[in-house]
Design a binder for this molecule. Structure first.
Ligand SMILES: Nc1nc2c(ncn2[C@@H]2O[C@H](COP(=O)(O)OP(=O)(O)OP(=O)(O)O)[C@@H](O)[C@H]2O)c(=O)[nH]1
Ligand SMILES: [Mg+2]
Length: 479
């Protein structure tokens, strides 16, 4: 049997940022022309966008690996690398994004709703952008940051006002085909419908949507038939319609016990108790069907159900049904305003830009530094370039990492790890190392040899802070 594709696992990889370029301007008779290395371009994002013309997740089932393009590296002569292209993945309305543990990350409802599943890496600044009053000719550039790469799960939850539920072959698809313009597949074998069909119904002034979902059988909650999987489509509907077959040929079935079975399965699924339900007795064009309908109607009404007798084939009783549904839908809408279809952009997580933490990791015997900035700075550093390492040390120092390490009890020679356990840069801590390139200050001076004059030191710190802020800004800017 065909698999029911409304849940896919997707591996997304955003583009890497391009590396910045370290280059010195060259011109005849001008030996030291100044730094002119351009910035790397940013990597493309992987973005999910609700597109109403897309109705299934089938495409992602067939090719579940998606990658945006990388940013280009910067070049000499102030040439910036091109940004990578964002990869836009169209998804159906009602797609829910989860992580692999099953936590909901976003619920995408409404045309144009956007979710950034993987953020492209920042491009590295070139040495031209890193130059400052204190660092006139940096001999290094920043590396591009790798793009985010994650596994997500997409689940489709149809957004409709009314859901038709019932046994296979009860006539759900037939009913939606005569109530709306939808043209689903109809056949006399069970499980004809494998993915939900949506139709739009106009009844008087009310326009509502109706969904026909695959048939349900006893034991669906244990995975029989198509299982309960597709019932997630029913979750968002405000009205449930039991479509009961009054003319089934199976001797062990009758509409009332069918109803009980379906109700039991809905209960197993859970969370649907508050939804109003009505009963449709279908196939009354068949004489035995009409007789059976007449017989069980009082029983169903006694249970509190509003009952409609219809024939999808002879097209009888449809008007009453569609107007009654319009009434219930209108009531439900008034009670709970429907989620507005807004064009919103949802980001996976707010970037906590501000802080960092230092903790002692007993298992690995290192002081662990965690924080968005320090971890990014590590990725931006070319560890083969001493000047770049010095610049990193300087940045970390200014953020207060060195002070925090002292406070946490770190001593010279202790191990310090920046980043998560599985992906950290570890080094032996030397407090003086934290003042690499910047301590060299003006040409020919080394502040490590003499105590810095307090006023001059303060000025230097202030300038450095301004540099830092300026460079963070440049990195964010579109160059
Ligand atoms: N006589 C009669 N036959 C009907 C009526 N409605 C549906 N049928 C027939 O019943 C069979 C099943 O109809 P479908 O609409 O495919 O049933 P379904 O509930 O969508 O079935 P699944 O998709 O398998 O769950 C088809 O052969 C239809 O022609 C009706 O009102 N009268
Ligand atoms: Mg069907």
């Amino acid at each position: 049997m065909t698999t029911f594709v409304d849940r896919v696992e997707l591996h997304v990889a955003a583009g890497n940022g391009g590396h910045g370029c370290a280059s010195v301007h060259r011109e005849k008779f001008k030996p030291l022309g100044g730094p002119d290395g351009g910035n790397g371009g940013r990597g493309g994002d992987v973005t999910l966008v609700v597109d109403q013309s897309v109705t299934t997740l089938l495409d992602y089932h067939h090719s579940p690996h998606r990658k945006a393009t990388n940013g280009q590296p910067g070049a000499g002569d102030h040439r910036s690398g091109k940004d990578g292209q964002d990869l836009i993945l169209p998804v159906p309305d009602g797609t829910v994004v989860l992580d692999k543990q099953g936590n909901v990350l976003a619920d995408l409802v409404g045309e144009g709703t956007t979710y950034i599943a993987g953020q492209g890496g920042r491009g590295g600044l070139g040495n031209a952008a890193l130059a400052s009053a204190r660092r006139k000719a940096p001999g290094f550039a920043l590396l591009g940051v790798p793009g985010e790469s994650t596994d997500i799960v997409l689940e489709l939850k149809t957004v409709a006002d009314v859901a038709l539920v019932g046994y296979p072959s009860a006539g759900k698809s037939s009913l939606i085909s005569v109530l709306s313009a939808a043209k689903p597949k109809i056949a006399d074998y069970p499980f004809t419908t494998l993915v939900p069909n949506l139709g739009v119904v106009t009844a008087g002034a009310t326009v509502y949507t109706i969904a026909d979902v695959p048939g349900l059988i006893p034991g669906a909650s244990q995975g029989k038939g198509l299982g309960l999987e597709f019932l997630r489509h029913v979750e968002r509907c405000s009205v449930l319609v039991h479509v009961l077959d009054t003319a089934t040929l199976e001797s062990d079935r009758d509409p009332v016990s069918d109803l009980d079975v379906i109700e039991e399965e809905l209960k197993q699924y859970g969370g649907l108790d508050d939804r109003p339900r009505i009963v449709v007795l279908n196939k009354i064009d068949i004489p035995d069907g009409q007789d059976l309908a007449d017989m069980i109607r009082p029983d169903l009404e006694a249970r509190g159900y509003q009952v409609f007798e219809v024939s999808a084939v002879a097209r009888t009783g449809l008007k009453e049904l569609s107007f009654a549904l319009a009434g219930i839908v209108a009531e439900a809408r008034a009670a709970k305003p429907k989620e507005e279809a807004t064009r919103i952009v949802i980001r996976p997580k707010a970037v906590d830009d501000a802080g960092f933490t230092v903790t002692f990791d007993e298992a690995n015997e290192v002081y662990r530094v965690r924080g968005e900035k320090p971890e990014r700075w590590i990725r931006q550093t070319d560890f083969n370039n001493d000047e770049a390492v010095g610049y990193l040390a300087d940045r970390l120092n200014r953020l207060g990492v060195e002070d925090a390490l002292v406070k946490a009890g770190a001593r010279s020679g202790d191990g310090v790890a920046i980043g998560p356990e599985e992906n950290a840069v570890v080094f032996d801590w030397e407090p003086t190392m934290m003042a690499g390139a910047e301590m060299l200050g003006r040409r020919g001076e080394d502040h490590r040899l003499e105590a810095p004059r307090p006023a001059a030191q303060r000025r230097r710190d202030r300038d450095a802070e301004r540099d830092e802020a300026e460079q963070e800004f440049k990195e964010f800017g579109p160059f």
